[in-house]
Design a protein around this ligand. Structure first.
Ligand code: PSU
Ligand code: MN
Length: 306
């Protein structure tokens, strides 16, 4: 393993060597770009405990001092929480070449690093997708390509409604990514359990998802699987309430002329400020629920291959 330029923490390395369950986590959500202080630290603690409760080892992904890393040592947590440089898959090699102090991972960068060390299950809050107006701006998150490319099961609460959700689902279809609704027939909209966008495939248990992952391997499908896990009922914010806030945020985005990688952080910040009391607990609850489901899937996969 010493020739692998992607480094694992001591705990993650030991778990991988023993064939125990590991769940990769992205770090943008835990950085200043994803959630405000101190909620980012709370989100990390809750996601890590949820993974551990389900018998798996959490592995936060990042680039630290120019080194791509899966699983943080204790002294690496604070720098990642304070991280301000977002990395998609396209930025990983740049962060290494330029020796960035801290690069935090989007979904695209996280699944890429996870795959390099053989971690096959990953949890996020929400994936990026096709932006509204993409027919003009061309803005489609590189998350989608990475989800199709890397052999990782990703658990997500769908995607935020500031994206074009029907086109996001269609794009995953086009890329050939199995998109599984976890106990749902609709693509969830992050804060809301429903979006009106139907899904073709529904699953009921972690064991069923593990069996599908095995099935994908058996036919040499080399890409990823996306599991759409609706936010827990108790934490849900109704779609109508979110929609009004989003309209304002998207207008502000236009007025400010924000483009490219800055779009998602800009909208997250605007929605966060407009709905603070509701959206923060919702965000934490869905991230924790995704970590828990991912750990159960990882445990089912580890048991099958034991
Ligand atoms: N959606 C959220 N919260 C987030 C993100 C998306 O609700 O924190 C982050 C994730 O890290 C995701 C990234 O991978 O934004 C997508 O950014 P872009 O649209 O620039 O690809
Ligand atoms: Mn983009």
């Amino acid at each position: 393993m010493s020739s692998n330029p992607v480094v694992t923490s001591a705990e993650v390395a030991a778990a991988l060597a023993d064939g125990r369950a590991v769940v990769a986590l992205e770090s943008t959500i835990f950085s200043t770009l994803g959630l405000p202080v101190p909620h980012n630290r709370e989100a990390l603690a809750r996601c890590e405990s949820a993974v551990r409760r389900a018998g798996a080892v959490p592995a936060v992904t990042a680039v630290i001092d120019g080194v791509p890393t899966v699983g943080l040592e204790a002294d690496q947590i604070d720098p990642v929480l304070a991280g301000t440089r977002k990395m998609s898959a396209r930025d990983l090699g740049v962060a290494v070449g330029q020796r960035w102090d801290v690069g935090v991972t989007t979904v695209a960068a996280a699944v890429t690093l996870a795959a390099r060390v053989g971690v096959s299950v990953f949890a996020t809050g929400g994936i990026g997708g096709v932006h509204r107006g993409a027919e003009v701006s061309g803005d489609i998150s590189a998350d989608l390509g990475a989800l199709a490319r890397e052999p990782v099961v990703t658990v997500t609460a769908g995607a935020k409604a500031f994206l074009d959700l029907p086109r996001t689902v269609e794009y995953l279809d086009t890329l050939g990514v199995p998109l599984l609704g976890y106990r749902t027939d609709e693509f969830p909209a992050f804060y809301s359990r429903t979006s009106g966008v139907p899904l073709r495939l529904r699953v009921e248990s972690p064991a069923e998802i593990a069996a599908i992952a095995r099935g994908c391997r058996s036919v040499s499908y080399g890409g990823g699987i996306v599991v759409a896990n609706p936010i827990p009922h108790a934490a849900e914010i109704p779609a109508a309430e979110i929609e009004a806030v989003l309209d304002d945020a998207l207008r502000a985005l236009d007025d400010a002329g924000v483009r490219g990688a800055a779009v998602t952080p800009f909208v997250l910040d605007a929605v966060g400020r407009a709905t603070e009391g509701r959206s923060l607990p919702a965000n934490l609850a869905l991230a924790e629920a995704n970590a828990e489901l991912a750990a159960a899937i990882a445990a089912a996969l580890a048991a099958e291959s034991a």
